[in-house]
Design a protein around this ligand. Structure first.
Ligand code: OGA
Ligand code: MN
Length: 279
């Protein structure tokens, strides 16, 4: 029987009593979907699914986005992005170091992805955990004076500047990439399109700037908001077991990967991405 159990008081729902590779009725799915919207992340443990089943399950939540230009797509299923330190014929099969600072995926895009589903296939015995933070809860808890101050502010995000933070193992952006990657602007307080709730948008992987201010002028407020958001009451550190799935709402959760011993241990994660509605 389907059971929805809070992960902590502040974030997340563990979904029990369901095999995500099998059929899920609309009634069950609606309950799961609502818990996702309300609590920002879902956890499913002990799941066995093929890449095709992973994609099919993701599709229940929205349109699946394929990173067509990534060299780390699954060979037969480009909708699956591989995160791993494993190499084949001396070449990495996946992205090995991404996401090690607090962030929300694709913040540098006009329409960032709606969410992502990460499936653990092989995990190290220690490390390689993922942190998640509930940005509704962070917003709600801000002092009224801060809420008032930030209500209409916008953040300017540079893909070029964020690249070394997102992908420390990749080369600096080329001249062509610099030309193709314009800065984007997002409201610092967004209204989530499905819940209608206000949510703080203050990921930490870039020297974000507030529109109309310099980076130096922006830094104290941005730093305050980021540090405020990652207090223990809003966050959860997931220690992976093989067979775990975490689905995060990228509009209302931030996340961060942690390190592990790349020489001694293997980590293999499959990720699908739900595309941002308008793109
Ligand atoms: C991601 C990400 C974290 C992890 O897939 O977007 O940040 O722990 N992953 O692998
Ligand atoms: Mn990420």
């Amino acid at each position: 029987m389907l059971e929805l159990v809070p992960i902590t008081d502040g974030i997340g729902t563990e979904v029990r009593g369901i095999d995500v590779s099998g059929p899920i009725s609309d009634r069950e799915f609606d309950r799961i979907h609502q818990a996702w919207i309300d609590t920002t992340i879902l956890l499913f443990r002990g799941q066995e699914m093929t890449p095709a089943q992973h994609i099919a399950f993701t599709r229940r939540f929205g349109e699946v986005y394929a990173y067509t230009r990534s060299q780390f797509n699954h060979d037969e299923h480009p909708e699956i992005l591989i995160l791993s330190n494993i190499t084949r014929d001396g070449k990495p099969i996946g992205s090995a170091y991404s996401g090690r600072v607090w962030h929300s995926d694709g913040a540098y895009l006009t329409d960032p992805p709606v969410g992502s589903m990460l499936y653990a296939r092989e995990v190290p015995p220690e490390g390689g955990d993922t942190w998640y933070g509930n940005m509704y809860a962070a917003y709600d808890a801000l002092p009224p004076s801060v809420k008032e101050r930030i209500e209409d502010l916008k953040v300017v995000i540079s893909r070029v500047r964020s690249r070394p933070y997102n992908y420390p193992d990749r080369p600096a952006p080329t001249a062509r990439e610099r030309a193709e990657w314009p800065d984007v602007t997002h409201p610092l307080v967004r209204v989530h399109e499905e819940s209608g709730r206000k949510v703080l948008y203050a990921g930490g992987n870039v020297p974000w700037r507030i529109e109309g201010m310099s980076e130096d002028e922006s830094a104290p407020l941005i730093t305050f908001l980021q540090e405020f958001s990652i207090q223990p009451r809003f966050t959860y550190r997931h220690q992976w077991q093989a067979g775990d799935i975490v689905l995060w709402d990228n509009r209302s959760a931030m996340h961060r990967a942690t390190s592990y011993d790349h020489v001694k241990h293997r980590r293999l994660m499959h990720r699908t991405t739900i595309s941002g509605g308008r793109s």
